[in-house]
Write a protein that binds this ligand. Sequence first.
Ligand code: ACM
Ligand code: ZN
Length: 752
Amino acid sequence: MRIFLLAIALHSCSFLTAQQIAIIPQPASVIVGKGSFTINASTQIKFEGSGLENSANFLNDYLKKIYGFNLATTTKSAQKNVIVLNYERMDNPIAGAYRIDVTGSSVYIAGDNAEGVFYGIQTLIQLLPVELSKSLAIPQVKIEDHPRFAWRGLHLDVSRHFFDVDFIKKYIDFIALHKLNYFHWHLTDDQGWRIEIKKYPKLTETGSCRDGTIIGRYPGKGNDSIRYCGYYTQDQVREVVKYASDRYVTVIPEIEMPGHASAALTSYPYLGCTGGPYHVQQTWGVFSDVFCAGNDSTFQFLQDVIDEVIALFPSKYIHVGGDECPKTAWKKCPKCQKRIHDNNLKDEHELQSYTIRRMEKYINSKGRQIIGWDEILEGGLAPNAAVMSWRGEKGGIAAAKEHHTVVMTPTTYVYLDYAQKRNEDSVVIGGFLPIETVYNYEPLPKELTPEEQKYIFGVQANIWTEYTGNPAKLEYMIFPRASALAEVAWSPKEQRNWSEFEKKLPVQFKRYELWKTNYSKAYYDLKASILPDENNSGLLWKLETKFPNAQIKIDGLGNSSSLYNTPVHVTQNVSLTANCYLQNQLVSSATQNFYLNKATGKKITLTNPPAVEFPGNGGAFGLINGAVSKKYGNFSEWLGWPGGDMEALIDLGKDESLSKINIHTLDQKRGRFYAPSYVEVFVSSNGTDFKSVGKTSSFVVDQDNIGDMTVTFATTAARYIKVFAKNAGTIPEGQPGAGNAARMLIDEIQAE
Ligand code: ACM
Ligand code: ZN
């Protein structure tokens, strides 16, 4: 009887510590056995030959940091309690394949090359328990795995905010732990030059400091007037490059040209068209002070900078930026105009192309290749350039069709500076990008043939740091979305499955905690949605939580809170709050103000669906769901049409008397948001014969760039309302994002 009890105890013990397998990114094949292997202080790491110490060191550093001990290494064969690292030929076109065999007595890790062994180590790390213990039981398992894409990148903007070398190393560890392999270091921009260049000391003496920073979301609530500085010395850069290389991470330096150049121009005003004076920018956006492309000394400067950059970074690719370069200064500059004339260039777009081509020629002559943002397609792509497609996938598709190497980084799916939760309360930029959208990104566009798809080298997530001023916020922004990206970049397409990924997330959250890393808990937020009521008499407010055994209580229905069990029926203007409790502790809340009108909850269809990054909440229905946004950062509600028009058809069910149609929209040019150029309303009683009842181009601000466009008309009885909102079109010169499509956002159509 005693023995029997002991056996049960032992069994449950190993069962508890050998956790559920939750490897991110999901490997190609996992076969789970019975039992476990336990790593303890006397386990040895056995390897021979060069190239494997990086892997042994990484494992030992991790064990030491997280669990407080490390392992001896040996070259002698041992039968028991050993982790063996080895090479084996594997057949995968992309470097990094590996396999693992965990038995009761050993762990065997073989890689196609040193990189493969290193990825095997990352998988082993993820087999370790997330509970702290000196006895680390890992499940017996056989894993075979290989990367899907060659370029698995994570970017970081260190110009808008500076991150020190210690944090950069931590960031590179995040990259490595996720089997990502490119760190794109955005080193220069309008708000600060961050890399020491010996030949041009003022770049860091002057260009690495700004005299203040705007407070809050642009246009901001003033300036903090605090001098903000930071740069990396060349020794520090070398240290970072080595640190990354030991983790099989390639560092791609980005030196922005010809735009985003204010910091460089402030340091050396002769580099600009007017000669200045210039200043390191203290606010965000796109600035018209750019490198003068008519001045040969600009090219001399850029070539000298590139010489030093090439000496520091061994990467095949050097990123030359190329994005968001306004042409206003060039249009007025005699030197730039002469360059256009002398080289038979058509316009300033071809001058941009001339600049990039000329720099490409120089960089190619040094044995390197250029990569740039998709604007480098404008005016003709440089012959050997690789393209980062950020303004959607269009640029990447065009470049792949021209047989140029492409890295997909579309804002829609992988801009980690976008909000990951509805009702984000910290200041962020852009659209709504929940983890599920990142996870479901497919980098190979259907528009390409299999032959053309071969030019899609991989995928990268970008994080711009205007509103990310410290490591905690940065970690919050990237996690858990960078973990989702890892699976997009690494895992075989057929192994990618959101509901399986979701099951791994709680373990991944515990790993972040082991790493003492901040992360967003948006995944657990109370999910509130507004639905049409089947009986067409009002709305339903539905609440969901990912927490099992949570309790949701509703305030606003009467004098006391009521326990939620089915969607709340809403038939009048009301403010409701839902509070989610876990063992009596408040874990999440949602508040909704409802504004009902004649269109609320009725049938609506849209001619063009909204864009993926501005989906609203519940598609077209979001336009008549009684929820009106009071701020832009509230991503619950905005439906967006970047570049497109909106046409909505509302069926009121029966004739109603109407005299006013209102659309609620946003006009914030800095964020590229433009109210419609006009709104026209048509009505009909039969759904076929529509007549126009009015048109307006007047936008009346309510607050924070949000407001209304209202069409009023003589009272008319009609059952059908058609609302057409015309997109403002291409953003004009001189405005942020000039040349891009205006983003038109609408969150509600109201009928009275
Ligand atoms: C970019 O986001 N401006 C490349
Ligand atoms: Zn010029």
